[in-house]
Design a protein around this ligand. Structure first.
Ligand code: SF4
Ligand code: F3S
Length: 106
């Protein structure tokens, strides 16, 4: 499965959603997640993310591993998203910010 990690927080560009053949992205207030049981490992979304937030589960950086469980957990409660939407108006201001986990809204 593929996993959305920290750099998506407050960016949410949604280019990833547009290419997913099985519509397995789920949308929270300022972050997206992938449903691990629905993802077919096609890898199409990975290069689409402008902030490189998406990794294959076995390539998630060590300091991002908590996002594996977080994707699974939040995909069960957030609504599905299957079309690209406009990113937050201040998304570009957040794209290079590191350590923004405390910004995640559930
Ligand atoms: Fe969707 Fe493919 Fe990305 Fe999985 S790897 S989330 S199936 S686009
Ligand atoms: Fe997030 Fe990147 Fe998709 S910022 S919404 S994972 S395109």
């Amino acid at each position: 499965t593929f996993v959305v990690t920290e750099s998506c927080i407050r960016c949410k560009y949604t280019d990833c959603v547009e290419v997913c053949p099985v519509d397995c992205f789920y949308e929270g207030p300022n972050f997206l997640v992938i449903h691990p049981d629905e993802c077919i490992d096609c890898a199409l979304c990975e290069p689409e993310c402008p902030v490189d937030a998406i990794y294959s589960e076995d390539e998630v950086p060590k300091d991002q591993e908590e996002f594996i469980e977080l994707n699974a957990e939040l995909a069960e409660v957030w609504p599905n998203i299957n079309e690209r939407i406009d990113p937050p108006s201040d998304a570009d201001e957040w794209k290079d910010v590191k350590n923004k986990r405390d910004q995640l809204d559930r």
